[in-house]
Design a protein around this ligand. Structure first.
Ligand code: NAD
Length: 354
């Protein structure tokens, strides 16, 4: 089981170090993970001038799974777009054809008080957001900043989905919904966008093959509102790249902190890149206060989706639950009366309870 570890930038190396300790603990319990570390993002730009160096690409191609911290940082914002850390991430997703991004939005009962929403709105929350990851306006051509006929600069991006891309993500969404509560909500903007109209037509077509799944559609503006008003109405949400980017960050706040949410980005053979949904958090980097739980929970997703090691995945998730029940909290989820711990101490607590 070959895993490439990509610590990245900002808090990336700190949170990845704790997740690697979990993998090492499982190795000493008889699992056989081979780990190799590689550069992606700003740290790769610093060393090679390229956010996605060839050596990383080679290792990524050979790996079964990848574990990423996060990429990005202020010092890279001035670079041309192709040299920015985020470009490294977009390139590796595209290169490995990781088109299905799964983002569980699960509220640990111990963290009900850490959310800004009322307990009765969020307690028991368990949603899965599926975001298409390799198409849409983030990749569509033409794009750029150009001069118009009357010599004004125009910013241009193109929202585009082929029906093949929509069919592919639709099948993943229906199959995932089948393993949960058999309710799938597809989010689009078909009242104004032709791209969304095609999205909806394809979902209607695919739904004929999954008669046991209840498919509904929702416009993205309404979905943004419903996630706050009544989030428990959802089970599985599926949407395109840009809408999914925004809605999943919004949904993360239902659970108290962005530092709690893992994600998986899968190809059609369950090879995956696993990462917390947050960024490199430069504001807290190097202070030993970042929450490593989203990254540790990303390891659990890796064990489940790529390696089929359900028991080991549950062991990790249970350890997180026990640690929270014992009131260990990093600063982002800490409430009065809880034990505030740093990144490393949270890693210690997870290992002790694994
Ligand atoms: P961010 O997710 O890094 O941070 C947003 C807020 O959440 C900050 O206040 C941060 O301190 C907090 N936060 C994030 N992760 C946390 C954790 N584990 N524990 C505690 N608090 C945490 O988003 P941003 O500030 O908009 O972006 C910072 C950089 O990250 C940018 O360069 C951006 O491009 C990049 N980014 C990378 C990814 C990725 O690598 N997948 C995703 C989003 C943003």
């Amino acid at each position: 089981m070959k895993i490439v570890i990509l610590p990245g930038d900002g808090i990336g190396p700190e949170i990845i170090a704790q997740a690697v300790r979990v993998l090492e603990a499982l190795n000493s319990d008889g699992m056989k993970f081979e780990m190799e570390t590689a550069l992606l993002g700003g740290c790769a730009v610093d060393v090679t001038g390229n956010p996605y160096p060839e050596e990383t690409r080679k290792l990524a191609m050979e790996a079964d799974a990848l574990l990423l911290g996060a990429v990005g940082g202020l010092k890279y914002d001035m670079l041309s777009r192709d040299k920015r850390p985020e470009q490294g991430l977009l390139s590796i997703r595209k290169d490995l054809n990781l088109f299905a991004n799964l983002r569980p939005v699960f509220l640990y009962s111990e963290l009900v008080g850490a959310s800004t929403l009322k307990p009765e709105i969020i307690s028991g929350l368990d949603i899965l957001i599926i975001r298409e990851l390799t198409g849409d306006i983030y990749f569509g051509e033409p794009r750029g900043i150009k001069l118009s006929d009357n010599k004004q600069r125009i910013g241009l991006n193109t929202m585009v989905y082929s029906e093949a891309e929509i069919y592919r993500i639709a099948h993943v969404a229906f199959q995932v919904a089948r393993k949960r509560n058999k309710k799938l909500c597809s989010v689009d903007k078909m009242n104004v966008l032709e791209c969304s109209q095609l999205w909806r037509e394809v979902f209607e077509d695919v739904s004929k093959k999954y008669p046991d799944i209840e498919l509904s559609h929702m416009l993205v503006d309404n979905a943004a509102m419903q996630l706050i008003l009544n989030p428990k109405q959802f089970d599985v949400i599926v949407t395109g790249n840009m809408f999914g980017d925004i809605l999943s960050d919004e949904a993360s706040m239902l659970t108290g902190s962005i530092g709690m949410l893992p994600s998986a980005s899968l190809d059609d053979k369950n090879k995956g890149l696993y990462e917390p949904i947050h960024g490199s958090a430069p504001d807290i980097a190097g202070k030993n206060i970042a929450n490593p739980l989203a990254t540790i929970l990303s390891v659990a997703m890796m064990l489940r989706y790529t390696f089929g090691q359900e028991r080991a995945a549950i062991r990790i998730e249970n350890s997180v639950k026990v640690v929270l029940a014992k009131n260990y909290r990093t600063r982002d989820i800490c409430e009065v009366g809880m034990k505030e711990v740093g990144t490393v101490e949270m890693g210690d607590a997870i290992l002790t309870n694994l």
